[in-house]
Design a protein around this ligand. Structure first.
Ligand code: HEC
Length: 148
């Protein structure tokens, strides 16, 4: 009688800590997604305004956020980190390269391709109903045009 009850307590404790970790990961993922959307939108407005310096800045912020996505192991049985590295990261790198020397139309195209990869991952993780769509509306008290 003694041993099983210890076992039960131990496995209950393990289960509780597992659940706690899982909800930490959930919070981390949703906060991270919010950041991705925020910086993507600002990158997009900078590209629309043909502001290379500002677009570079937001693409860099996106890179840091995507790095965090890459470190989230799993969510609901989906390998978030691996999916992000396979789907989103290469598209972000292409966008970064395009910003180095490509025409604005190609930069804009690279941005659209990256957004497609966001949506592909939503589909791959059973969240296909979250559809990211590029918007040229500026809801911020911020001027995205180049300084000169
Ligand atoms: C690795 C797969 C993956 C990639 C890549 C990914 N997402 Fe997500 N995204 C998810 C999952 C899974 C959820 C649902 C999270 C949850 O249920 O807590 C989500 C949720 C969201 C949400 C809902 C949260 C909110 O605040 O409304 C937004 C917005 C979002 N993602 C934006 C993006 C953007 C923008 C990109 C690309 C720059 C992106 N996601 C790339 C998997 C991904």
């Amino acid at each position: 009688m003694y041993k099983p009850s210890i076992l039960l307590t131990t496995s209950l404790a393990a289960l509780i800590s597992l659940t706690a970790n899982a909800s930490d990961d959930d919070r981390e993922l949703i906060d991270n997604m919010r950041l991705l959307q925020y910086f993507s939108h600002k990158a997009s407005l900078s590209i629309d305004a043909r502001n290379r310096e500002l677009a570079d800045f937001y693409v860099h912020e996106l890179e840091e956020a995507v790095e965090e996505t890459g470190s989230i192991e799993s969510y609901d049985g989906h390998a978030i980190g691996e999916l992000s590295s396979a789907m989103l990261r290469p598209m972000l790198e292409s966008l970064e390269q395009a910003l180095d020397d490509a025409e604005w139309s190609d930069i804009s195209q690279a941005f659209d391709t990256m957004i497609q990869s966001c949506n592909s991952c939503h589909q791959a993780t059973e969240h296909g109903y979250i559809r990211i769509q590029r918007s040229s509306e500026n809801p911020w008290m911020q001027d995205f045009s180049p300084l000169n």
